[in-house]
Design a protein around this ligand. Structure first.
Ligand SMILES: Nc1ncnc2c1ncn2[C@@H]1O[C@H](COP(=O)(O)OP(=O)(O)OP(=O)(O)O)[C@@H](O)[C@H]1O
Ligand SMILES: CC(C)(CO)[C@@H](O)C(=O)[O-]
Ligand code: BAL
Length: 285
């Protein structure tokens, strides 16, 4: 696996990878890789002849009081993991390769960015859309892979790609990959590393409370008391606060007042200083 960090090196490496007409998939990440990321890589390898990954901890998607400085950085370990998966190219840009001196452009996606994490983390999805737009233009892959753990992010990226004609040659060029979970159901996340053993044990209550809420909705319980019970379960289990617990339409991310066919349950909750997110389909899965 070749690692490059400047644009001229990237261009040369991509040209070489594509010289024999190979298709190229991109897996964008912020590093501190776990099985969730490696599943995206394996899925990418099923669809494209070569896989490129990127690692960039993007300052524009972190709020002023968020964990930009604390975010785990472990490039050497990540390189080893990616190489073992057969990744051909790692794009690990310098900050200047993404935001050169004088950088002034922002990509902002209305609608799907609003509510949920968009409400709790003002500017977050502008930062995500901006950097992903740049990564697509820099690497020019045929397809890209993102995790459904960040469902709203996936919706934002799909909307942006359609709106800005970034769509790559393949019809469904932006692939969503199902959430990879630990044995106790907790969605894998780089931020799980922040949890103490006690917090980690309590964190499994997040998917458990969501599954209980979905079972209640399926058996006809009303939405408001079901969400109130979910929130109470989390606080009782040791979570400090619940940022949101809402039903939203899976595609438009519009807020729903009842469990329709397209409903998805979205929750963000804090334990210690760590903010965890999860989402689940209501009617199947
Ligand atoms: N458990 C998971 N299952 C599926 N995809 C995942 C999972 N965790 C992360 N991803 C995906 O990997 C890509 C890179 O995510 P990122 O590097 O932010 O990791 P993360 O674990 O989500 O970290 P964070 O703690 O910042 O949320 C994103 O597309 C994300 O949705
Ligand atoms: C898509 C992404 C790599 C953009 O920085 C990031 O938001 C992430 O890791 O999910
Ligand atoms: N996993 C999404 C990136 C973020 O939380 O900033």
């Amino acid at each position: 696996m070749q690692t490059v960090s400047t644009l001229p090196d990237l261009r040369q490496a991509v040209d070489e990878l594509r010289a024999d007409g190979a298709t190229l998939a991109l897996v964008p990440t912020m590093g501190a890789l776990h099985e969730g990321h490696l599943t995206l890589v394996r899925e990418a390898a099923r669809h494209a002849s070569r896989v490129a990954a990127s690692i960039f901890v993007n300052p524009r998607q972190f709020g002023a009081n968020e964990d930009l400085d604390a975010y785990p950085r472990q490039l050497a370990r990540d390189q080893e993991l990616l190489a073992r998966e057969g990744v051909a190219l790692l794009w690990a840009p310098t900050p200047e390769a993404i935001y050169p001196h004088g950088y002034a452009t922002n990509v902002s996606v209305a609608g799907v960015s609003e509510g949920l994490c968009g409400a709790d983390r003002p500017g977050h999805f502008d930062g995500v859309a901006t950097v992903v737009c740049k990564l697509f233009n820099q690497v020019r892959p045929d397809m890209a892979f993102f995790g459904e753990k960040d469902w709203q992010q996936l919706a934002v990226i799909r909307r942006m790609a359609r709106d800005l004609d970034l769509t790559m040659p393949h019809v469904d060029a932006i692939h969503g990959v199902g959430i990879v979970r630990e044995d106790d159901g907790l969605a894998m996340s780089s931020r799980n590393a922040y949890l103490s053993p006690g917090q980690r044990a309590a964190a499994a209550n997040l998917p458990a409370a969501m599954r209980d809420a979905i079972a209640a909705l399926r058996s006809g319980s009303a939405l408001a008391p079901t969400l109130a019970a979910l929130e109470a379960h989390l606080l009782q289990a040791g979570f400090d606060s619940v940022d949101y617990a809402e039903l939203r339409d899976a595609d438009s991310i519009a807020k729903l007042g009842e469990a329709t066919d397209t409903a998805r349950l979205f929750v963000a909750a804090r334990i210690g200083g760590t903010r965890l997110i999860d989402n689940m389909e209501v009617w199947s899965g």
